[in-house]
Design a binder for this molecule. Structure first.
Ligand code: S3P
Length: 447
């Protein structure tokens, strides 16, 4: 449906958001490999996570799901007919992580998805998983994709793209097959799989490479810091690594909270999101808001199920523009559409570079953001790997396009609150992919 959105006078409030989508996918999919039942607290009821829940159920996990609690009872062994097709819906994380598990199991399964998921690249997991010994039958590296699992070989891999999904697919394949693996990353992508393996499993070790002082080639009396290895982190799973089971309590989804923080930032208001995930590989958006001039306060910081969480309050201010380049983009990759909206209201030109990965998300997010910024009347440049956005005020209401992408719908719904006159967003139901109650939450904070 098309939803009308009106400008707001004030942004203020304290809310909670549903459980973290990335963490929820992992705990559900990992249940396929668990020795004992897994209990999940604060499970989000979004379409993506339900796709993972349906997938494991189709593979034999017994699922009891009531409100935000889920109990997963793994099967003694997984066995399904070779013509089994699993629909991953819109969810890239379901498809890529499950592909890893199937690759390392004695199974032959086809993964399918909606039109958006069929357009997303799978070659990035097919290459390493094939090198480990699995067989893939996919048209040009896209879904639908048939996977024939196998007994995999010990493997070492340096990730060519900073992708938590690729990293996780390889680790889960090794775990399913009982072979050792070492994955190296040059840029540290989100580490929820590693944290979960530490929290409810065993056999994982992590090595963080720290820079060492070396003589400066120009002036040897001086030192400069240099990485001793060409990578930043190394994760190893032994052949004995396993999932024991237990309880996973999921923190609120930081990527969902980001829309409400952005609203506070633009309105010069104040929003608190309680019990939200604060894994440092996810929170670069808070650093960005601080650099723009906002104040960020964190209270009640604790670690539960290995993940840091807390109550975060963002207070908005007059915003100034910033540059977002390599090294930063990966830790706010899902927040870049809402960064673009904040940038539209910040003084000066915001430059986002090294973000070509955005073209490969639920929509081509560089193109989708650009299209909607144009509708709003924001001057900007669409670059090969990013955007240059000239900030301003007094933009007019517009008829925004969701582009079949939940994050685009949510980002430009937030923008609508600060435009002159009403706006609309078509296909507003797309928010169900990650945050079905998005508009109720927006109503709570925007008055
Ligand atoms: C995710 C990793 C990121 C992110 C996606 C969720 C995950 O994708 O954009 O929304 O849960 O591992 P990539 O691994 O492709 O960067």
């Amino acid at each position: 449906m098309t939803r009308t959105l009106n400008p707001t006078k004030e942004v203020r409030g304290s809310i909670t958001v549903g459980g973290d989508k990335s963490i929820a996918h992992r705990v559900v999919l990992i249940s396929l490999l668990s020795q004992q039942p897994i209990d999940i607290l604060n499970f989000p009821d979004n379409a993506d996570c339900l796709a993972s829940l349906n997938a494991v159920q189709a593979l034999g996990v017994q699922v009891e799901h009531q409100d935000d609690r889920v109990r997963l009872q793994p099967p003694a062994s997984i066995s399904v007919p070779v013509d089994t097709i699993i629909d991953c819906g819109n969810s890239g994380t379901t498809a890529r992580l499950l592909a890893g598990i199937i690759a390392g199991s004695n199974l032959e399964v086809t993964l399918a998805g909606d039109e958006s998921l069929q357009s997303r690249p799978m070659q990035r997991i097919i290459d390493p998983l094939t090198a480990m010994g699995a067989e893939f039958f996919a048209d040009d590296g896209h879904l639908p994709m048939r996977i024939r699992g196998n007994k995999l070989l010990p493997f070492e891999y340096t990730l060519p793209v900073a992708s938590a999904q690729v990293k996780s697919a390889i680790m889960l394949a090794a775990l399913a097959s009982g072979c050792s693996v070492t994955v190296r990353e040059t840029v540290a992508a989100r580490d929820h799989t590693e944290i979960m393996l530490e929290a409810i499993g065993e056999g994982i070790t992590r090595r963080k490479i720290t820079p060492v002082p070396v003589p400066d080639p120009v002036d040897p009396r001086r030192k400069r810091m240099q990485m001793p290895e060409p990578f930043k982190r190394e994760i190893s799973l032994s052949a004995q690594a396993k999932i024991n089971g237990g309880t996973v309590n999921i923190p609120g989804d930081f990527s969902t909270a980001a829309y409400f923080f952005a609203a506070a930032a633009i309105a010069r208001g104040r929003v608190e999101v309680r019990n939200v995930g604060l894994n440092p590989t996810r929170t670069a958006f808070l650093d960005y808001l601080k650099m723009c001039g906002c104040t960020v306060n964190i209270a009640n910081k604790t670690v539960v199920s290995g993940e840091t969480r807390g109550d975060v309050t963002v207070t908005g201010a007059k915003l100034s523009s910033r540059k977002i380049v390599a090294g930063n983009t990966v830790n706010l990759i899902d927040e870049l559409p809402i960064v673009a909206v904040v940038a539209a209201f910040a003084e000066g030109t915001t430059l986002i570079r090294d973000a070509a990965e955005l073209k490969l998300k639920e929509s081509d997010r560089l193109a989708s953001v650009s299209e909607n910024l144009t509708l709003m009347g924001v001057k900007h440049g669409l670059l090969e790997d990013g955007l240059a956005i000239e900030g301003g005020r007094d933009f007019s209401g517009a008829d925004f396009k969701s582009c079949g992408d939940h994050r685009i719908a949510m980002a430009f719904s937030v923008a609508s609150l600060f435009l002159i006159g009403p706006s609309s967003i078509e296909d507003d139901e797309i928010v169900r992919v990650s945050c079905p109650n998005f508009y109720e939450l927006l109503d709570e904070i925007a008055r």
